[in-house]
Design a protein around this ligand. Structure first.
Ligand SMILES: [Zn+2]
Length: 422
């Protein structure tokens, strides 16, 4: 007999504490991938108290199970370390310049992520302060959504990549002011465009992907000032020199890391080895492009070979889709994980790239990233076993964020406790 847990949704203050579910919920599943080691436990329960995991253990008669997930595999809530929530994935990356509409779009995208099993996103660029506004609305329980880490506006040069959602800076003084503005706006992260990029309507020099936009002195100042204000720094890098400036400047994560060049992308192995040795996280923004139409900076086989080389040399690769760019919608999150599987990354490491390692990369492994007592109850039940079948990520059966069960629509009605999905 299952208790009705569907009332534990947002909008009922008696059942939530801010964004967290109140009271106890016990979930049971055939397999629970438990702890920081991502070890499968068979026929196990996850006990949730006030939105936090309080126990993960073999199921026994003492457990009053609220939701039996049948033959599903319960894994940590997934993390997308690189998104743009205030963008509509339409052909004109950036959306409409109106704050209230952008916020609605961001809420919608955030909830689409949640339904795809993604319980944490790092928003690496939105106009205004949409990212931190949404984060606060979710954290206080105004709207349901994944945990959001926000960069808000990006730092770029005048007319440079992302300027439609950016603070345009052309000297040290402007850069310092921009970092302080981002702190004032409530940013968790500073996103700096260390190079131009590929997704944009216009092609000024500052927009082109083949040159760095800032020098080492400027990058060091950005990082130092951001760290002083308690923010971390993510650098968008589409070429070798930009990667070198970002890495030597001490950024916390390197985004894209593509080594784009004319006529062809060329990996700098010495630089990659240095990145691996220091343990700097790289978010290569694997997504639905990679295995279908291909990426804009290299033929498919070259892009995959370069990514494989980063992996082989020991770079810590993290899942992030760049959702918000044309055609990359939140629903396609799992396509990025498929790319990792395609280069031969073992499936336990694929799961780590989307959970434990991603949480570490974005700086919240003391909050989420694994099913561990004391951490937030952020979970996704997958139909199938993601440790043997990467397609399982496309089949979320139930999603829990901060202990709150997320309604998934008709699929949610069908699945719990009925061993559906055979
Ligand atoms: Zn991006």
């Amino acid at each position: 007999m299952e208790r009705d847990t569907s009332v534990r949704l947002f909008g009922d203050p008696a059942k939530t504490i801010g964004a967290r579910a109140a009271g106890r919920t016990v979930l049971r599943a055939r397999t629970v991938v438990a702890g920081a080691a991502l070890k499968p436990l068979h026929d196990a329960v996850v006990v949730i108290d006030d939105g936090l995991v309080s126990a993960v253990e073999p199921a026994g008669p003492e457990h009053a199970v609220d939701v039996d997930l049948g033959d599903a595999t319960l894994v940590p809530g997934l993390i997308d370390a690189h998104v743009h929530l205030a963008s509509d994935s339409g052909p004109r990356f950036g959306g409409v310049p109106d704050e209230s509409r952008l916020l609605l779009l961001a809420i919608s995208n955030a909830q689409r992520f949640l339904r795809a099993g993604v319980t944490t996103v790092r928003d690496l660029g939105s106009p205004f302060a949409v990212g931190s506004g949404l984060r606060d609305g979710i954290d206080t329980g105004l709207v349901i959504g994944p945990r959001v880490l926000a960069a808000n506006r990006v730092i770029t040069i005048t007319g440079g990549h992302g300027h439609h959602m950016g603070l345009e800076c052309d000297d040290i003084g402007e850069l310092r002011r921009a970092v302080r503005q981002l702190a004032k706006d409530g940013s968790d992260w500073v996103k700096v465009m260390a190079s131009g990029g590929f997704v944009h309507a216009r092609r000024s020099e500052g927009d082109a992907p083949f040159f760095p936009l800032f020098d080492l002195t400027e990058m060091r100042m950005i990082v130092e000032e951001a760290h002083r204000f308690g923010m971390r720094v993510a650098a968008h890098c589409q070429n070798r020199d930009a990667i070198a400036v970002a890495f030597e400047g001490g950024v916390d994560t390197i985004e894209h890391c593509t080594f784009a060049a004319k006529p062809q992308a060329v990996l700098d192995e010495a630089l990659v080895r240095a990145i691996a040795e220091r343990g700097t996280f790289v978010v290569p923004t694997t997504n639905n492009y990679w295995l279908t139409v291909g990426v804009p900076w290299a033929p498919k086989d070259v892009a995959l070979a370069n990514l494989r080389r980063l992996y082989d040399l020991g770079v810590r690769l993290v899942a992030g889709t760049d959702a918000g760019i044309p055609t990359t919608t939140p629903d396609l999150y799992a396509e990025g994980l498929r790319v990792f599987a395609e280069i031969g990354m073992p499936l336990t490491e694929v799961l780590a790239a989307a959970t434990t390692l991603a949480a570490e990369a974005v700086g919240i492994s003391d909050v989420t990233g694994s099913i561990t007592p004391g951490l937030s109850a952020d979970l996704v039940a997958l139909d199938g076993d993601p440790l043997t079948d990467v397609d399982a990520y496309n089949r979320p059966r139930a999603v829990v964020v901060r202990g709150v069960l997320v309604p998934l629509g008709p699929g949610w009605q069908r699945a719990p406790g009925r061993g559906a999905g055979q």
